[in-house]
Design a binder for this molecule. Structure first.
Ligand code: ADP
Length: 401
């Protein structure tokens, strides 16, 4: 792959347990994304790597036999060596889902940070171990290349104490068991976009940011500060998601243990991979599939209805926290692409001053509420990779804003 232009470049890594998304940005002001890539089905017999040159729209596909994280890093490094030369890489920025109570801003990766992330890995076994293994694999190959960790929890770290406190025995709070909140890189990006595209004072109003993708959450932002969010100690809580349950009655844990002998691991697997849209529909975790089947299958219809109902309920709760609502932002796969879900979520929120404009909602860009309505509803495309690259570039220049 040629035509990537001269370096230096910043590589961004967004690693999950079974997939890695990455991007290469030319380190200019503003940053220019030149490559996007994805390694999918890690750990399965038929993994796949796709790398696309954004300038030329050329793509390379490669089938991988049972790839693990270290193999993926090696393949990516080989690709970088062939196409840009490792010498032209300035830094790597990693998305790190959980920063615990210690990390509230992007920081250079150090051995002390890795030790802390290993210590808090039980907070989020779905994400942290694979993120640590990616960072370690890069350190092994390039010990002198700077790596930075950009934390999804950081956006919410200044939430008021009352929003962070969990109503369980106090000793757990001291041990770091609190509401953290996630999707912070997406929220940081959306706030910047709102400042760019909105009216002068929009970012200082009462805002709900709704990140509705496979993972789904909402954040309440008032006077430019995060004040509450739907996710909690782990990304399993809050709204129902593609495969995650969202909030549940805690009594379910002991009930299922007593009646079905369900173990901790089985419960963890159920609420993280077998619940949400997939669990209720028994058909698919994918909203598009469910919308296509809701007329013919009542399980699909119920899953979609539950998602919209819970989203509406959370908007009401977060608006109550802020004493009202000025701006609602829809984002991520479902929020950006589904007019019908947006309409169903907003239906019934007229008491807050919400009124969608049908044509604008169908068009799905910019403001989608009626002129003069009490709440401005917007669709904004989120871009976590850009936010990681921007944070990394800022760290290289001496620190985040
Ligand atoms: P991730 O959280 O993995 O990044 P995305 O933000 O891409 O996921 O969101 C994926 C979700 O978005 C899936 O449920 C998918 O069905 C949904 N989605 C994408 N396009 C549409 C659409 N046109 N209508 C409804 N849902 C959509």
């Amino acid at each position: 792959m040629r035509d990537l232009g001269p370096g230096p470049f910043i590589l961004t890594m967004n690693g999950g347990s079974s997939s890695i998304k990455f991007a290469l940005f030319r380190d200019e002001n503003p940053l220019v994304r030149v490559v996007r890539g994805m390694i999918d089905r890690i750990g399965l017999p038929d993994g796949e790597m796709v790398i696309s040159n954004i300038m030329t729209e050329q793509s390379e596909h490669r089938v991988l036999k049972k790839p693990d994280h270290a193999t993926c890093v090696n393949l990516l490094v080989e690709w970088l060596e062939r196409n840009v030369g490792i010498g032209s890489l300035r830094a790597i920025g990693h998305r790190v889902v959980h920063g615990g109570s210690k990390y509230s801003r992007p920081e250079p990766v150090t051995s002390a940070m890795l030790a802390e992330l290993r210590r808090i890995s039980p907070y989020d076994p779905e994400h942290l171990p694979s993120e640590i293994s990616l960072i370690e694999a890069f350190s092994l190959r390039f010990s002198s290349l700077p790596q930075f960790a950009c934390f999804d929890t950081a956006f919410h770290r200044d939430m008021p104490r009352v929003a962070r406190l969990l109503p369980i025995p106090r000793r757990y709070d001291k041990m770091g068991v609190q509401r953290y909140g996630f999707h912070g890189l997406s929220y940081a990006f959306l706030m910047k976009e709102l400042a760019r595209v909105g009216k002068k004072d929009d970012v200082n109003g009462r805002i709900i940011l709704a990140h509705l993708g496979n993972g789904a959450s909402m954040a309440a932002v008032k006077d430019g500060k995060a004040v509450d969010t739907t996710m909690g100690f782990t990304p399993t809580s809050g709204l129902p998601m593609s495969r995650r349950s969202g909030d549940l009655d805690p009594g379910l844990v002991s009930y299922l243990a007593r009646t079905e002998g369900m173990s901790v691991d089985q419960f963890h697997k159920m609420v993280n991979t077998e619940s949400g849209l997939l669990g209720v529909s028994e058909l698919s975790p994918d909203m598009r599939d469910l919308l296509a089947q809701e007329q013919s299958d009542s399980r699909a219809a119920e899953a979609v209805a539950l998602f919209c109902y819970q989203a509406r309920k959370w908007i009401g709760a977060l608006a109550a926290v802020m004493g009202g609502l000025d701006t609602l932002v829809f984002s991520a796969g479902i929020g950006e692409n589904s007019p019908v879900i947006r309409a169903r979520i907003c239906d019934g929120l007229e008491f807050l001053g919400m009124a969608l404009d049908e044509l604008r909602n169908q068009a799905g860009q910019g403001v989608i509420s009626k002129e003069g309505s009490g709440v401005t509803v917007r669709v904004i495309h989120t871009d976590e990779e850009s936010e990681i690259a921007r944070m990394t570039a800022q760290c290289l220049c001496g620190g985040p804003d």
